[in-house]
Design a protein around this ligand. Structure first.
Ligand code: FES
Length: 516
C-alpha cells in the first residue's frame, strides 16, 4: 500500500491536462453574450452561441474547467441513481419522460460533438448501473427498472455485473458514456476566442446588472457590456433568484487507484443506500485508474474532511485489490430540492440574465443540457424541454428536505454567532485552521506550514453565516450556501464574490489570539 504522502491531492482530470493561459480581462468590451464561468454549462453555451453567429465573452474567475467540472466523476448518463420512480410520482408520466429524453439528448450531444470534431477526450460508450447489495434494496431497483422502461429508457434488470463482489440486482442503462471531462472542455474552450469573441481567466465577476438597453458585467478591472448574460457559476453569484434557498450545497469525495484492466469492472456504477459508492475507470499510463466516490455531506458541516477519504480507500483495497491510491480530491455541487435543475431566467423580472444551477451531482449531462437550453433561449429557438426546467418555477419550499435544509441555514446563521468558541490556538498544528472568538468577533485562523498565523473574518461575505475549516481542502467553507474561501480568505467559489476580510493578529504566550 502506498503511504498517504504518495497520494496526490488534486483532481486527476486537472493533473493530467495542461495548464491554460488565457489572458485576464483588461479593458471594457461589448459582445452579444457574456458568460460567467468556464465550466461545462458556460463553455457548452458559448460554443453553441458562437456557432450561431453571436459574439461571446466567457469570464472565468480562475482557470478553465477547474471548478466543479474539473472535479466530476465524468459519467455521461441519464441513469441518475434512483430518480425515475420519484419523478413519475411527483411530476407524472409526461414530465418524467421529458426529463429522460432531455438527458439522453445531452448524452448524444456530447457523443456527436466528440465524433464530429474528433475530440481526443477518452470518450467511450459504457453501460451504466445502479446496483443493490442487500435483498431489501433490490425492490427499489426493480421498481426503478419498471419506471425507466415506461419512459422509453434503455433499462433492464440484471443479477450480475462485472463488479468483483455479489449484488442482489442492478438496473442497467445501455449505451451510456464516459470521458475525460477536462480534455473535452479544453477543446470547447479553444473554439471560443477570436472573431469578436473572448475567453478570460483569473477574472472575477463582482456583479451583473440588467439595464434598459444592455446588461453590464462588472469585474475588478472594468465592465463588459452584453445584450444577454449567462451566469454559469454552479450556484449563481447573483442573489435575486434566491437559488441558494432552492438547493443545498453537497461535498463529495473521490479517490483514484491504479488497477490492471483484467481486474477492473466494465461500466459505470453507483450503489444504493446512504453510504453508496460511485465507481468507474479511466485510461491511466497504460493501465486504468479506478475511481471510487462517495462519503458526501452538506458543505461546511464536517471539519475533519480528510477522514472522508479513508472509507473510500479501504473500499478500493478490499473490494478491488488495488495496491496504492494515487489521487484523492473532493467536489461540490448544488442539490435541487425538487430533483430538477433550474435552467432559465434569473427571475421573472429579468429578460436577459440567465442561470443554471441545481445539477445535483449529474453535471455532465445536466450541464450540457443547460448549455443547450440557455443558448436556445437566447437564440429564441423552440425547445421542448424549456418549461420543465424553468428556473422561475414555484419553489418547493414545502418538501421535508427543503424545510430541514433551510432550517439548518438559519441555525448556522444564529447558532454559529452565539457559539462561545474556544479562543486558544496553541493546539493548532501547521496546515490546520479553526474559528475562534476574538473580543466578540468570529475569526478564522489558519496556521501555515511555516507556523505563521493568518486570520480573516469568519463571517461569510455572502450573507453573513460563519465559515468552517475544511482540513482536506485547506479551505474555509460556508455551511449556509456553499461559498468557499482559501486559507487566506480569497473566494474559491460563489455565491460569495468578495474575499473574507483580512485581520492582523498574533498569538500570546498562552496561545490566545490577540489583535495587533
Ligand atoms: Fe451564503 Fe455563506 S454562502 S452566507
Amino acid at each position: 500500500m502506498s503511504s498517504p504522502s504518495s497520494t496526490k491531492s488534486i483532481s486527476y482530470w486537472i493533473d493530467s491536462t495542461p495548464q491554460t493561459d488565457y489572458s485576464e480581462f483588461a479593458e471594457n468590451i461589448s459582445v452579444d453574450v457574456a458568460i460567467v464561468g468556464a465550466g461545462i454549462v458556460g463553455l457548452t453555451a458559448a460554443a453553441q452561441l458562437k456557432k450561431a453567429g453571436k459574439t461571446v465573452a466567457v469570464i472565468e474567475s480562475k482557470k478553465v474547467a477547474t471548478g466543479v467540472s474539473g472535479h466530476t466523476t465524468a459519467k455521461i448518463t441519464s441513469l441518475h441513481h434512483l430518480i425515475y420512480q420519484d419523478l413519475l410520482a411527483d411530476l407524472g408520466q409526461e414530465k418524467a419522460k421529458l426529463y429522460a429524453e432531455s438527458n439522453q439528448a445531452a448524452l448524444e450531444y456530447i457523443a456527436n460533438r466528440v465524433e464530429t470534431e474528433q475530440i481526443d477526450c477518452d470518450f467511450s460508450r459504457q453501460n451504466a448501473y445502479t446496483f443493490a447489495e442487500s435483498v431489501k434494496e433490490r425492490e427499489k431497483i426493480e421498481a426503478e427498472v419498471e419506471a425507466a422502461q415506461s419512459l422509453g429508457l434503455p433499462a433492464s434488470f440484471v443479477k450480475t455485473t462485472s463488479l468483483p463482489f455479489p449484488i442482489s440486482g442492478a438496473i442497467q442503462f445501455e449505451n451510456q458514456a464516459q470521458f475525460h471531462a477536462r480534455k473535452y472542455l479544453l477543446h470547447l474552450a479553444k473554439t471560443i476566442p477570436e472573431n469578436g469573441s473572448y475567453l478570460f481567466e483569473n477574472t472575477r465577476v463582482e456583479d451583473v446588472k440588467e439595464e434598459k438597453t444592455a446588461c453590464r458585467v462588472k469585474t475588478r478591472r472594468g465592465k463588459i457590456t452584453a445584450k444577454d448574460v449567462i451566469v454559469a457559476t454552479n450556484i449563481p453569484i447573483l442573489d435575486q433568484g434566491l437559488f441558494f434557498a432552492k438547493a443545498y450545497p453537497k461535498r463529495s469525495y473521490l479517490i483514484g487507484a491504479p488497477i490492471d484492466p483484467e481486474k477492473a469492472p466494465q461500466g459505470m456504477f453507483i450503489g444504493t443506500g446512504d453510504h453508496y459508492r460511485s465507481i468507474r475507470t479511466t485510461p491511466y499510463n497504460g493501465r486504468l485508474l479506478l475511481l471510487v466516490g462517495g462519503e458526501g455531506h452538506k458543505t461546511g458541516t464536517v471539519t475533519e474532511t480528510e477522514k472522508r477519504f479513508l472509507p473510500l480507500e479501504e473500499y478500493a483495497y478490499a473490494r478491488f485489490g488495488v495496491n496504492s491510491i494515487d489521487y484523492r480530491w473532493s467536489s461540490q455541487d448544488m442539490v435541487s430540492f425538487d430533483k430538477l435543475p433550474y435552467i432559465g431566467k434569473l427571475t421573472p423580472l429579468h429578460n436577459h440574465i440567465y442561470v443554471a444551477t441545481g445539477l445535483s451531482l449529474w453535471g455532465m449531462t445536466k450541464g450540457t443540457l443547460s448549455g443547450m437550453l440557455l443558448s436556445d433561449l437566447i437564440l429564441e429557438q423552440e425547445n421542448p424541454w424549456l418549461n420543465l426546467y424553468d428556473s422561475t418555477r414555484a419553489t418547493p419550499f414545502v418538501s421535508k428536505t427543503s424545510i430541514k435544509e433551510n432550517a439548518e441555514v438559519a441555525i448556522h446563521w444564529i447558532g454559529d454567532r452565539l457559539k462561545g468558541r474556544q479562543d486558544s490556538v496553541s493546539e493548532l498544528k501547521p496546515g490546520e485552521g479553526k474559528v475562534v472568538d476574538l473580543e466578540g468577533d468570529q475569526v478564522a485562523v489558519h496556521r501555515d506550514e511555516k507556523n505563521k498565523l493568518h486570520a480573516v473574518s469568519a463571517v461569510c461575505s455572502h450573507l453573513g453565516c460563519v465559515v468552517n475549516w475544511n482540513q482536506a481542502e485547506k479551505s474555509w467553507d460556508c455551511p449556509c450556501h456553499g461559498a468557499r474561501f482559501d486559507c487566506t480568505g480569497t473566494v474559491l467559489r460563489g455565491p460569495a464574490t468578495q474575499d473574507l476580510s483580512n485581520l492582523q493578529v498574533s498569538e500570546d504566550q498562552e496561545g490566545h489570539v490577540v489583535s495587533v
